[in-house]
Write a protein that binds this ligand. Structure first.
Ligand code: GDP
Length: 454
């Protein structure tokens, strides 16, 4: 970490593009920029007010021209980092960008570490730590839901949620401490059962916050899903319907799909990471056996199992064995080939979630998408209420929850002094989550996951 020097990095992606941005931030940003940049107006960047853009040329330290650029000036504290900053928007060639960065480094800037601009924004109070973490989420967002969830964290939803729990903990801790320090003052003493009740409320709010991690992960990373069933029941046909692609090979011959075929599909804002697998059956073929083993593993690892059955054939013992091994709560049974057996009734296979359809003849996957969403999306879940989205935040919240549970136990055992310590420990864990109490090592760890230039 270069703090408090002046740093520079390429802020745009490393691929060839129309425009790239080289960013400089720190107290010497203007003097360094003036060494490499000559504006066509002749005016120095150090003399420009904030939020102005100037056209000019960038030259290296031998005065050789590198590119014509637009320089944008940001004056502290009105910049991303809160420091004086300059951004050069140059032509997006990899070589040009590298040469401009070299020129800026030669003029006195240090090379920025991953996430160092954002870290500086946190240090200067422009962003809270949870907002900074949300910046990374925004960059990584792949669909509407993930993007909206990241935006809401950037707006401070998680911070508000945690702060509200922290305030309750602080009030309770103060009450317990006051009752301990002034035991004779009976009038204002809060009854112990009331304190226990308050702690239970705090604990359940912490548990809800912890649960938001898994729900948020569904929005951000998608749902691991698998299509499984006996050979020839129509798994590949269904895969192609769901993904709207012809990636899986469809044949009338059993045992064609052996490798796992994977695809990510956005079904109305929900990402489904879906895999088509080898048909599950007893087989003497060694290669097919490997495929069946992979399919079984994928079934146990998936959050959603789409189990396909062929209703045009009588059910056999393999169908029943396969159905018996499935966890029904996370299985959607697809009773396929309804066109061949319009009257078929699958009375002997009981699945809470099921659909009777023809994968080969369905005009659209919408009905299937609706069933899938119903199963995996928690309708009660509101991303705007604040989502835990990193393992670091999750670990802090879990520690706070354990301390809250210990505080309940201490109060129930009449140990008010121990309860006071536990509530303070819980609050301290939440202060770590928000970044109010955090070590340099943890900050290093957080920002190492960022890209250079962010
Ligand atoms: P998989 O082995 O389970 O992946 O099954 P496939 O998707 O390769 O399909 C096996 C055979 O069943 C192919 O000939 C498909 O055209 C056919 N098939 C799949 N779905 C349907 C359906 O809904 N109706 C009918 N009539 N045939 C289907």
């Amino acid at each position: 970490m270069n703090l408090p020097g002046t740093i520079a990095a390429v802020a745009s992606s490393a691929i060839r593009s129309a425009i790239s941005v080289v960013r400089i931030s720190g107290k010497d940003a203007f003097s360094i920029a003036d060494k490499v940049f000559t504006g066509i107006s002749g005016k120095k960047l150090s003399a420009c007010p904030g939020f102005t853009a100037r056209l000019g040329k960038i030259c290296d330290n031998k005065n050789k021209e590198i590119d014509e650029v637009i320089a944008t000036v940001y004056r502290a504290p009105k910049s991303y980092t809160g420091e004086d900053s300059v951004e050069f928007s140059c032509h997006g060639g990899e070589f040009i960008v590298k040469r401009i960065l070299e020129a800026v480094i030669n003029a006195g800037a240090g090379i920025a570490q991953p996430g160092e601009f954002t870290r500086r924004a946190v240090m200067s109070g422009k962003l809270t730590l949870t907002q900074a973490e949300a910046v990374n989420e925004m960059i990584c967002a792949q669909n509407d839901s993930a993007h909206n969830a990241a935006l809401s964290q950037y707006d401070g939803a998680l911070l508000r949620r945690i702060n509200s729990i922290k305030t309750k903990l602080a009030r309770l801790s103060a009450e317990i401490t006051a009752d301990l320090e002034f035991p004779e003052d009976d009038i204002d003493r809060t009854d112990i059962s009331v304190k226990i009740e308050k702690l239970h409320t705090i604990k359940s709010q912490l548990e809800e916050t912890i649960a938001s991690y898994d729900q948020g992960a569904v929005l951000r990373k998608g749902v691991p899903a698998v299509i499984a069933g006996k050979p020839n029941v129509g798994k590949s046909t269904l895969m192609n319907l769901i993904t709207q692609k012809n990636k899986s090979i469809i044949t009338e011959y059993a045992g064609t799909t052996r490798d796992i075929i994977e695809e990510t599909v956005d079904i109305g804002g929900l990402l489904l990471n879906i895999a088509d697998t080898a048909g599950i059956r007893e087989t003497g073929d060694d290669i097919e056996k490997i495929g069946v083993g992979l399919a079984r593993k994928r079934i146990s690892d998936s959050q959603l199992v789409i189990a396909v059955f062929d209703v045009s054939e009588p059910l056999d013992s393999e169908d029943f064995d396969f159905a018996a091994k499935l966890d029904k709560t996370r299985t959607l049974a697809v009773f396929n080939k309804s066109d061949l057996a319009p009257q078929a009734k699958i009375t002997r296979l009981e699945f809470e979630h099921h659909i009777y359809m023809s994968a080969a003849n369905a005009e659209s996957p919408d009905e299937l998408y609706r069933k899938i969403s119903e199963m995996v999306v928690d309708r009660e879940f509101d991303p705007d209420s604040g989502i835990i989205f990193s393992l670091r935040q999750l670990e802090c919240a879990k520690r706070a929850s354990v301390s809250a549970a210990e505080a309940v136990f201490a109060l129930e055992s009449g140990l008010e002094d121990a309860a006071a310590v536990c509530t303070e420990t819980a609050a301290a864990a939440l202060m770590e989550l928000t970044g109010e109490r955090i070590t340099e090592t943890i900050l290093d760890e957080i920002f190492s996951k960022f890209c250079i230039g962010k």
